[in-house]
Design a protein around this ligand. Structure first.
Ligand SMILES: [Zn+2]
Length: 389
């Protein structure tokens, strides 16, 4: 039986519930369940996230997810370019709604359908909202998405066309979350939050499974991940951790997490050795997908990065746009948030090679952009560029 556990007081809740936060205020996690993972079985199934169904919390019940799935997942991993470097990109923008969020939304909405939810609420700065809206409508669930009023009109239009009701909220991203939570509490509806609902991370963990399978069951040395609320980062961590616990890999890849310079509470907490991030003021960034001033799961994110001997660094704002062009000239047209991930990666590699990064934080001794580097790197391309224009 699946259940939630409070990350603070460890109280247990039935996961067939509308409760989204513990009475003590703690965040809910999914209690570990018997997970089975077999490449031999996976390769006999269609190339979607559902080829790992035995490691997802749906055993024996095909009814819900089969009608919700749009074939999301198993996105290609290709070399960044033809120079023979050891840098690979994973094209996660090749998803039904053009962002990696479909991994989490497909699993979360399938689970909501399975437990009989008829109406849900979510809040998002954009991509998660469009993704939840698409899957909810497909599942026949009434959907209300709360977005900050600064959200790009294209994203709002996509949400509306998917059949959801959009509620625009003035002020910060945090105001939007509060408005959504008020609606959830007042109407007693399902909160399909990509931050609070632990099922979302069950979807994003398939990123790690795919990397493992596609790289011929070898894991990269470094996985680069953008981080705001940690929806991809925590999923990546859980996925590799499960592979480690099952004895399929013998070490975790090191997580190199990238924040935007203008909004970097996690990078700041990492540098200062804090267990929990302190809220910051969002000073503005083109990387709107990771501009989270007060991430609720900050302590889990910081612990995950440290456990892998990873690092959290920032992307220089001034390089985001030119990095977007750099990637476009290699053929990849991505959102500014993904460009920021690369810009942060460039800056970090430079600081390693030039010896400016602290010795303990130096993930690269040799430039991974040069042929013959022994460090394999995988970077996700999270959102399609046309969503941002
Ligand atoms: Zn609690």
């Amino acid at each position: 039986m699946l259940s939630y556990i409070c990350s603070i007081c460890h109280r247990i809740y039935d996961s067939i519930t509308l409760v989204w936060r513990c009475e003590c205020g703690g965040l809910l996690d999914l209690r570990s369940f018997a997970s089975h993972f077999s490449i031999k079985e996976a390769i006999t199934r269609p190339a979607t996230i559902w080829r790992y169904i035995d490691a997802l919390p749906f055993w024996g019940n095909d009814k819900g997810w089969k009608s919700v799935s749009m074939g999301e997942g198993f996105t290609p991993i290709v070399p960044l370019d033809g120079t023979g470097s050891s840098i690979f990109v994973k094209l996660d923008y090749l998803m039904p709604t053009l962002s990696f969020k479909d991994r989490g939304a497909a699993v979360l909405v399938a689970k909501a359908k399975e437990i009989g939810v008829t109406k849900l609420v979510a809040d998002s700065s954009g991509n998660a909202g469009t993704s939840i809206a698409a899957y909810a409508n497909r599942a026949g669930i009434e959907c209300h998405i709360y977005v900050p009023e600064s959200t790009s009109p294209k994203k709002i239009q996509q949400i509306v066309r998917h059949g959801a009701t959009v509620h625009t909220v003035p002020g910060s991203r945090e105001n939007t979350a509060k408005a959504a939570q008020r609606a959830v509490n007042e109407d007693d509806v399902f909160y399909a939050s990509h931050v609070y609902n632990p099922y979302f991370y069950q979807g994003t963990k398939t990123y790690a499974f795919e990397v493992f399978e596609q790289m011929k069951e070898e894991i990269p040395d470094v996985v680069v991940v953008p981080v705001g609320n940690g929806t991809l980062l925590l999923g990546v961590y859980y996925g590799f951790k499960e592979l480690l616990d099952l004895g399929l890999i013998n070490r975790m890849p090191r997580i190199l997490a990238i924040q935007a310079e203008g909004c970097a509470p996690l990078a700041l907490a990492f540098d200062n050795g804090l267990a929990t991030a302190r809220p910051v003021i969002n000073e503005g960034t083109a990387a709107e997908g990771i501009a989270i001033a007060n991430p609720p799961r900050s302590s889990q994110i910081l612990a995950a990065v440290r456990e892998t001997d990873g690092v959290i660094v920032t992307a220089p704002e001034s390089l985001i746009d030119s990095t977007r062009d750099y990637l476009a000239k290699k053929g990849f047209y991505v959102e500014p948030t993904t460009a920021a991930t690369f810009a942060g990666f460039f800056k970090y590699v430079e600081s390693c090679i030039q010896g400016r990064a602290l010795e303990k934080d130096r993930l690269f001794k040799v430039d991974p952009f040069q042929p013959g580097s022994d460090r394999k790197v995988v970077i996700p391309l999270c959102g399609a560029g046309i969503k941002a224009d």
